[in-house]
Design a protein around this ligand. Sequence first.
Ligand SMILES: [Zn+2]
Length: 203
Amino acid sequence: MLIYGSRATKLKAEPIVYTCKHCQSKNTTTMVMFQKYAHVFWIPFCPIKKLAVTQCEHCKQVLEQKQFDPELKEIFAEQKSTLKTPIWTFIGLALLIVLIVTIIQDEKKESAENKVFLEQPQVGDVYTMRTKEGNYTLFLVKEVTKDSIGYWMNNYEVNKISGLHKIPANGDSAYLPITVYMARKELLPLLDKGEIHDVSRKK
Ligand SMILES: [Zn+2]
């Protein structure tokens, strides 16, 4: 379950030049400024907006922002322009951006690696293949010659890529021991078409 919402943190409390409309006392009002921010699991995610309330120290009347008269609204606008948004309210957003950038870089690295593995195939490489029916299976490279590769097909197909980890992938017994040959020059086009989804090579 995703828990999210908004919270507010106090930025400052400032006495203001203002006559309380409730008790008519001069300069007894304090404006308290808040930063409202979104949180996800109580981790600050991003700032939303600045808010204020006022309290008259004399009559104790508290006014919320929606009750401000034009004079208070103007003071609020002035106060707001002097206040910086605390940088920590961006933590979640910053983390999310870092995460996305990392995932993109990893994918780029992986696709570059796949290309290298297909240009220079090795016995023992395992190809994650998407079949014409849209299922997924594994090919195990058993032979590499100058122009072609010979591979064995896995005994199983799964309909979702996330199911691949459930099928036996290692060892000859996971594969049908019939060698099928394919021209090496066909490998990269298959990667481009997405029929070869991934290549893994034991380090
Ligand atoms: Zn007052």
